[in-house]
Design a protein around this ligand. Sequence first.
Ligand code: NOJ
Length: 574
Amino acid sequence: MTHLPRAEGENTPSSITAPAGRSGPGWWRSAVVYQVYPRSFADGNGDGVGDLRGIRQRLDHLEWLGVDVLWISPVYPSPMADNGYDVSDYHDVDPTYGTLAELDALIADLHQRGMKLVMDLVANHTSDEHPWFVESSSSPESPKRDWYWWRDEPNNWGSFFSGPAWTYCEGRAAYYLHLFTKKQPDLNWDNPEVRQAVYEVLRWWLDRGVDGFRMDVVNLISKDPELPEAPVMPGQRYGNMRQSVIDGPRVHEYLAEMHREVFDRYDRDMLLVGETGETTVEEGRRYTDPARRELDMVLHYEHVEIDHGTFKWDVRPFDLGRLRDRLAAWQEGLADVGWNSLYWDNHDQPRAVSRYGDDGRWRTESAKLLATVLHLQRGTPFVYQGDEIGMTNFPFTSIDEVDDVEAVNYYHEAVALGVDPEDVMRSLRAMCRDNGRTPMQWDASPSAGFTTGTPWLAVNPNYAEINVAAQVDDPDSVLSHYRRLIRLRHEDPAVVDGDFTLLSDSHPQIFAFRRRHESGQLVVLANFSSSEAQLGELVGESCGELAGESCGELVIGSGSGPEMAPWEARVYRR
Ligand code: NOJ
């Protein structure tokens, strides 16, 4: 969060002093974040599961790419019901990943290289094995009895991961709320003791030297305290609780309090990013308005849900119009107040190149196009491990190949409700989170150089072709392209601060936008299709100018003229 003296009315990002290198106030505006999913990044001890040692061994890759920040998904002790998003101790490292000393060493390594570390704060819920829950569930007289949501009778809510959102507990003779698995009971943030306990965790990590937090499902921390019954959608068994839990009544109050109680006490500038699924542009502005002192940026979901039907597994074909509309809405909505995060992939998403690109014939081209469109928008880009080499979805054929609890629960629930297992597998192939969790493909050696043991999740069979070693010396590779884009952001102020204008809201194939800045402007043209596209069809802009020589200097891409090749992307500087 930026700690800058502000004059009246001076609270918009555009009034923040330009970031001074990698550490000055607002440094995160010109930064690129790289997300590591520790289980799948690099295995340093040969047990088949990625770990901190493995991450430390691969820091040269991150430095070569030019990223500024490493965000690691949870490495805290955990029963791993949801791969670490079920924390049983906030003050340690799970032995699967290493030790606290190794985490300290990682922080030191990163800082020495001029990079920063962002931890994942998972505090909407804990593990049911966390001592807080163990105590809370032990008796109705427990001093922590109100640390979680307990009711004598459950309401009709379903969990995000199939099944009911309530589970009965013998010790309390009552039901507890869990919006995710039953191993992830929701903390009751309305209880001030809970909030203070979370703030203590944050301070503890900041005192260890971490540089910020990615806050897991942070827009769920405040529930409608009435916990009202929820509407049941056709074909569903349980109520859809979203309107009682998303962006709830006191969420902004709690984030502002967190800021006062934690971040305002430090004199360094941290990166605070909230995961805010299903939030709106309007709420996004509130969360990231510097004057409100809540968060720096949010990870919203709108652009990663354009291919969802009534729910996630009801997969719809890619629609450029919907994508362009949602991306532009966030760019425009946060233009004057707030700041965007930019991402395609993370450990909860299928691979963008398989989803919005073409992972067959045009894999390299479409992976580069997606990268260009992402990195040239206004906001802070998040690169998810493997994106930089154009990793693809996995060809799942059987539920036995799937690890992810969300997908496994959905499979069993859908099959029990009579859905053809083949149809369920088709949805999983497209949407399952394990698509993004297969091991990182480092080279063409067995297990893609990820481990010398047996990988916890199968390596994508395309690893011999798609891997870091095969791309690092190739200037035309996806990997080199990412490096170029990151360098461009660090060098060209128009990438960081230029304003955003959509150049056409109706072209059937092309996504085009302009970034205007006092230092010059950038024009981005991207053909989101496997056929040629005519720039002349762009409406609302001087087409001749876009297609002709007066476009300016081509800084990214290699094409020219009014016709764009399949999945071609160009960036002109004028
Ligand atoms: C969001 C995380 O990114 C996801 O992996 C997890 O399953 C849920 N939150 C619950 O913590």
